[in-house]
Design a protein around this ligand. Structure first.
Ligand code: PAF
Length: 294
């Protein structure tokens, strides 16, 4: 049975045993479903929050057109045996006007931060509210938003939230495109161009696994493959603070942001160091067409 709750209070009453939270903005795809599956395996109670958070949109038009379909999402959460879908109103999430913002210095200074002013303060504030209001033991986030993951980990540590953060691999469409709810806005030509982003990252990942450590070389390879897209940045950055790196000498990720037609996409491959060897996490591919298009 999946309960729909609208307040923090009634959601907390549903907690039994170890409780996992999957924070989302809805319009689910297999990336969200993989987070729910991981949460289901780890905890007795799974809460999925569904709130399109206005504080993290710096472009009102982007907020306006963000895809929403509550009944569809609820159906999918039920199929994943989620216990609680917490879908608060804006009034439940924020007082009017909301005067408090959580800022995570440094992590918000790089990559997406300067390009989306206020975005990360919006994310950190929403996640802090979800942690405080729902009191989960575990929380699941995708590695696709590597900088967001760094931000949430740092905030959790700095504010001593008693929550264990789990970062889960990026889920990709069968041809390599990282899943994003925004993919539904890509026309056929845009989609072909968008594929060159992941292709570039994979080429750089092959090189890193073969021993290349120079950031500049990895960026060069990833940028060269990307075609028909308007690249905003390709950057090698540390996993802990999303700080740009010249050398692949610690856990890091190679991140790309680009405009493809009217859509802005981000993607990355993560690099972990195991016994001095680079292991690239390219994510996991779906075998068939995503539920996004059904
Ligand atoms: O990743 C998202 O969907 C959002 O940034 C999050 C974590 C739910 C906060 O609003």
């Amino acid at each position: 049975m999946t309960e729909v709750t609208r307040t923090f209070f009634e959601s907390r009453l549903q907690r039994r045993g170890l409780t996992a939270l999957v924070p989302t903005m809805g319009f689910f795809h297999e990336g969200h479903l993989a987070l729910m599956t991981a949460a289901r395996q780890a905890a007795e109670t799974v809460i999925v929050s569904l709130f399109v958070n206005p504080l993290q949109f710096n472009d009102p038009a982007d907020l306006e057109r963000y895809p929403r379909d509550f009944e569809r999402d609820l159906e999918m959460a039920r199929a994943e045996k989620v216990d609680v879908v917490f879908a608060p109103s804006s009034e439940e999430m924020y007082s009017e006007p909301p005067l408090t913002r959580v800022r995570v210095a440094q992590v918000e200074d790089y990559l997406e931060g300067p390009r989306r002013p206020g975005h990360f303060a919006g994310v950190a504030t929403a996640v802090a509210k979800l942690f405080a209001g729902l009191q989960p033991d575990l929380a699941f986030f995708g590695r696709k938003d590597a900088q967001q993951l760094a931000l949430v980990r740092q905030m959790t540590k700095d504010l001593s939230f008693p929550v264990t953060i789990s970062g889960q691999p990026t889920i990709r469409e069968h041809d390599g495109l990282a899943l994003s709810s925004r993919n539904v806005f890509l026309g056929p030509e845009d989609r072909t161009a968008a594929l060159t982003l992941s292709a570039g990252l994979f080429a750089a990942a092959d090189l890193a696994e073969a021993g290349e450590r120079e950031g500049g070389r990895l960026l060069e390879v990833a940028s060269k493959v990307a075609e028909g897209v308007d690249i905003e940045y390709v950057t090698l950055a540390s996993q802990n603070h999303a700080q740009p790196l010249a050398e692949l000498d610690r856990p890091s990720f190679l991140a790309v942001a680009a405009r493809v037609g009217k859509v802005r996409l981000i993607d990355n491959v993560a690099f972990d160091l195991v016994a001095g060897q680079v292991m690239a996490d390219r994510g996991r591919r779906l075998e068939r067409e995503s539920v996004l298009y059904r």
